[in-house]
Design a protein around this ligand. Structure first.
Ligand SMILES: [Zn+2]
Ligand SMILES: [Zn+2]
Length: 562
């Protein structure tokens, strides 16, 4: 028989990142003795965060529970799923990382680039693998997405089954291998207790176009261009890079690859056979001038206007050996990530001034979202897995909410659908799911690769104050008698926009704290830390639920002196 602890405590499921945002996906499944992590992503900061290079989750809960961590499982090789790994392994000991082949190669490259000295064990899995990690049994479902080797993850626990779809779309005519619909359906028939699913495209009606359709749009752009074609895309979008290569061949052009991350990714993808480019098709930037303009395709990074990326430097004339000439066609092949609009516009203006024809919108441009499921696919996904409980994941709040509505329309009861924020927990016990406590999961800003920089904490605090405000809770207690002397006084700073509603919020927050503390006092001998933690947990949970904000909570405890 297993240890009796397992029977006592439920399985905890929570996100440290990925909810209320597109980025830094990090989902955790934790029992009394074991903890596994699904994905460890990074988020790129928006324009207003000067001096911040990356945003990662607060890993303190993982650090506190380090001895329980059994493995990190990776669904696929995109930055919002693997970009946090260098920071995670510097903070927390991860015994083993399981990843599909291409993601494993990208992770190894990333760790090398960042000179991570710790020996990290990386094990490849594929569609047939079944991995035991502590008390969890983990298996995989191949899906279609915008990068080869993408998987959903199925985790069997003693209390029930959890499925995380990973990023996917249901592409019935994919460029690579098929999505394993038969397996999704089988898992659904066997029974899924809790489903976590990709919400990125929950606003889009219908069905995401197949990769095959996108090819036609790319062909059209090639047909129209007379001069050089400069195409910028995410280096991670390997399916799309292959399509650009195929069009290049078809239109008798040659391809020049520029930008460090683009060169790196293409190299890895070539080495493992995920991209096929005949070597006669590739030209060096130094010998590019031998080609006619009408024979040239330049593939580069910088579709989001990133100042240091190749396209920005080409646009402002600082890229060695490559300048815009009149007659060039420049294609931005990814839709702007919110917050990058200003940077993109600046680059577009520079390119246009230099004489280029700039294409920023077409079906081809909708590349970022085209790897994710639209509403019909979300419905099909829900039908196939047929989960008892549902937690929309991977998306901004309104995407999660819409995804929840879709599930409700399909007959999943409202109380079985959980629209959560990072740090909220769910408890799974005997095939039932309920809300749990909150754990720390705020953003951590990284300047360079220095995870311990003092500036990180300062920026973080300033940012929380600026965006989400501050809530201080004054508690007057009599520690000898274990009771509150008066109702908690809640004071907020930075919630001006809530006007009259603010009174309602502070009054209710105060009531919730009072109730929680009364319960705490009645149950055991409490410390000041217990009081502060309870207060923080109750107030942050309440404010998040009501305002979708994570204000800084500052409990002030005053003790009656006898
Ligand atoms: Zn992805
Ligand atoms: Zn993603």
């Amino acid at each position: 028989m297993q240890g009796k602890n397992v029977l006592i405590s439920p399985i905890k499921i929570y996100a440290l990142g990925g909810l209320g945002e597109v980025g830094k996906n990090t989902y955790c499944i934790e029992s009394e003795n074991d903890l596994i992590i699904l994905d460890a992503g990074v988020k790129f900061p928006e324009d207003d965060l000067v001096g911040v290079d990356y945003v990662i989750p607060n890993y303190s809960h993982l650090k506190d529970n380090q001895q329980k961590i059994r493995a990190l499982f990776i669904t696929h090789g995109h930055e919002d799923h693997i970009g946090g790994i260098p920071f995670l392994v510097k903070t927390v000991k991860i015994p083993v990382i399981y990843a599909p082949k291409l993601a494993a190669a990208l992770i190894k490259q990333k760790l090398e680039d960042q000179k991570i000295k710790e020996k990290i064990k990386i094990v490849e899995y594929d569609s047939d693998s079944v991995i035991t990690a502590g008390e969890f049994k983990v298996s995989f479902i191949r899906v279609t997405h915008s990068i080869p080797d993408s998987f959903g993850i199925c985790v069997d626990t003693k209390e029930g089954r959890i499925v995380d779809t990973g990023d996917f779309k249901i592409d019935l005519t994919p460029v690579g291998p098929d999505i394993e619909i038969h397996k999704m359906s089988r898992i659904g028939v066997e029974g899924v207790d809790l489903l976590l699913a990709d919400s990125t495209n929950a606003e889009k009606d219908g069905w995401t176009p197949s990769e095959k359709n996108v090819l036609d749009s790319i062909n059209e752009i090639f047909d129209k261009a007379n001069g050089r074609l400069i195409i910028s895309t995410f280096s991670s979008n390997i399916s799309r890079i292959q399509q650009i290569v195929d069009c290049t061949i078809k239109h008798n052009r040659k391809i020049v690859i520029v930008g460090r991350s683009m060169v790196n990714t293409v190299e890895i993808a070539l080495k493992f056979g995920y991209i096929k480019i005949p070597s006669s098709m590739i030209r060096d930037i130094d010998t590019m001038s031998d080609l006619k303009d009408s024979e040239t395709v330049i593939l580069c990074t910088g579709s989001q206007g990133e100042p240091m990326a190749a396209l920005s430097r080409i646009a402002n004339g600082t890229f060695k050996g490559l300048r815009i000439i009149p007659g060039d066609t420049v294609v931005f092949s990814s839709s702007p990530i919110p917050g990058n609009g200003v940077s993109i516009q600046r680059v577009v203006n520079q390119l246009t001034r230099a004489g280029a024809d700039v294409i920023t919108s077409s079906v081809f441009v909708d590349i970022h979202s085209s790897g994710h499921p639209s509403r019909q696919e979300l419905r099909m996904n829900l039908k196939l897995y047929n989960p008892k409980y549902f937690m929309p994941a991977h998306g901004e709040y309104h995407m999660l909410k819409l995804h929840g509505d879709i599930a409700r329309q399909l007959g999943i009861p409202r109380e079985n659908i959980f629209i959560l924020g990072n740090g909220d927990t769910l408890l799974l016990k005997n095939h039932k799911v309920v809300d749990g406590d909150r754990i720390p999961a705020e953003d951590v800003y990284i300047d360079g690769y220095d995870i311990n920089g003092v500036s990180t904490a300062v920026i973080r605090d300033r940012k929380i104050l600026q965006d989400d405000g501050m809530v201080s809770v004054m508690l007057v207690i009599d520690s000898k008698a274990s009771k509150l002397m008066c109702p908690p006084k809640v004071i907020t700073v930075g919630f001006v926009s809530y006007g009259k509603y603010e009174d309602h919020l502070t009054r209710h927050a105060s009531m919730h704290v009072q109730e929680a503390l009364q319960e705490l006092f009645s149950s055991k001998k409490v410390t000041f830390n217990d009081i502060k933690n309870t207060c923080r947990s109750v107030v942050s949970k309440y404010y998040f639920r009501k305002t979708q904000r994570n204000p800084m909570i500052i409990p002030l405890v005053m003790n009656k002196v006898n």
